[in-house]
Ligand binder design. Structure first.
Ligand SMILES: [Ca+2]
Length: 419
């Protein structure tokens, strides 16, 4: 199944190379075009893109040539990679809009929403604007609203987790107003799991198991959960420190999973009866959808090749066999591969107006990535080092909400406007 899904994409990209090379050859000769990895030809779309990215922290020397923008804009060749679709309107890319590139919104820090936090990991925004956020170490789920901040519930066994585990992702469904419930992903004594709790009068009910048996480890526990535009619950997991989990179709580790809100497996999942939606992931901590309802996911790489992936159901994203965008048959290349985890470690992500906003942990910066027609453009960074590690990003009532992750009371949720 993966091969069937992947090959058409490769063909599409190969078709674009004609355009790419025509343009790129004028600039730099379409260097690797005839090699085994035609896919990210356009990445070197060289000069122009680099010019948009002086502050991004992608090492300038590495940026153009090493696949930083892996496959980001095979069609692109365009400046900033923002215009892949625009350059190849005839390529038949599904859903590719004909609109051209637009300047990326300016991102401006606009104050703190909540301060003095412990180890916040995830935020969920309720329809009335109330914020819920999790604390990884205490297992607390807190509420922040105009009338103050309060505790709405605790998952005590999450607090016993060690390493990177604990209370991780939170999510609320689109029908929250009719069926108020909060979903949480946490590390228990024996596994990682997803539970649902009713939410009434600013308090959570007893947790009900939605999915159990996700492998746990000291590292790579994944943990992001989000409801898609299809009202399904998507779950980003990690390999729990064992790379083979990611390729094992029977393991829930190293996957993007998809479930109905009640925990049952949707009949239209790629593999009947399996929650596995895509595999070959190392540690997924960001999930969000663009305007065409395409799912994007971030994951941590091993020192190199932090990734932003366009998730195609049933596909294989390579870990642990490959990382980044090597163009290996049977694996889907990352659309963005940051050459060093020192500049990224991409965690939570929000997509607003087809621009992704990604919190960088080790990189201590907010990455902004244009997404056009299912292709990522060149990342631009903001807040480099200003607020420490950035753990999660969500869309707020007026721009972004960003969770910082300094620990020891130094963490906060800040606001940023997009203009
Ligand atoms: Ca990968």
């Amino acid at each position: 199944m993966p091969a069937e899904r992947v090959l058409p994409a490769v063909r599409l990209r190969a078709a674009r190379l004609g355009w790419t090379c025509l343009l790129a050859a004028l600039l730099s000769g379409c260097a690797s075009g005839s090699g085994a990895e035609p896919i990210y030809q356009g990445s070197d779309a060289p000069g122009p893109s680099a010019s948009t990215e002086p502050a991004a922290g992608i090492s300038p020397s590495a940026a153009p040539a090493d696949g930083t923008l892996a496959g980001t804009d095979p069609a692109g060749t365009d400046s900033a990679g923002t215009d892949p679709a625009g350059t190849d309107p005839a390529d038949g890319a599904p859903g590719a809009p004909a609109s051209g590139p637009a300047a990326l919104p300016a991102v401006t820090y606009a104050g703190d929403e909540v301060t003095g936090l412990g180890v916040p990991w995830s935020i969920a925004v309720l329809p009335d604007g109330t914020l819920l956020f999790s604390d990884r170490e205490t297992g607390d789920i807190m509420r922040a609203a105009a009338d103050g901040t309060s505790l709405v519930g605790t998952l005590p066994d999450a607090a016993e987790a060690s390493g990177e585990g604990g209370l991780l992702g939170l999510a609320v469904a689109g029908d929250f107003s009719d069926n108020p419930a909060v979903y949480a992903y946490y590390t228990s004594s024996g596994d990682n799991r997803v539970v649902r709790m009713s939410y009434e009068d600013n308090a959570l009910g007893e947790p009900e198991e939605i999915l159990t048996g996700i492998p746990k480890g000291n590292i790579h526990n994944g943990g992001r959960i989000a409801f898609g535009p299809d009202s399904r619950l998507y779950i980003g997991t990690g390999d729990a420190g064992n790379g083979s989990n990611a390729q094992d179709p029977e393991s829930l580790g190293g996957k993007v999973l998809r479930l109905a809100p009640d925990g049952t497996v949707p009949t239209d999942n790629p593999t009947p009866g399996s929650p596995v939606y895509s595999r070959g992931h190392r540690n997924v901590q960001g999930l969000a959808w663009d305007s065409e309802e395409r799912l994007w996911a971030t994951e941590f790489g091993p020192e190199v090749d932090d990734e932003l992936n366009l998730v195609v159901p049933g596909s294989n994203y390579g870990w642990p066999d490959v990382t980044g965008a090597p163009g290996r048959q049977g694996f889907v290349d990352a659309q963005v591969a940051w050459p060093s985890t020192a500049t990224s470690s991409p965690s939570g992500m929000a997509i607003i107006d087809d621009t992704a906003y990604i919190g960088g942990l080790r990189g201590q910066r907010l990455w902004q990535v244009p997404l056009v027609g299912g292709q990522a453009g060149r990342p631009v960074s903001h807040f480099d080092g200003e607020f420490g590690r950035l753990r999660d990003v969500a869309e707020g009532s007026d721009g972004l909400l960003v969770v910082t992750n300094e620990g020891d009371g130094g963490a906060r949720i800040l606001r940023a406007t997009l203009d």
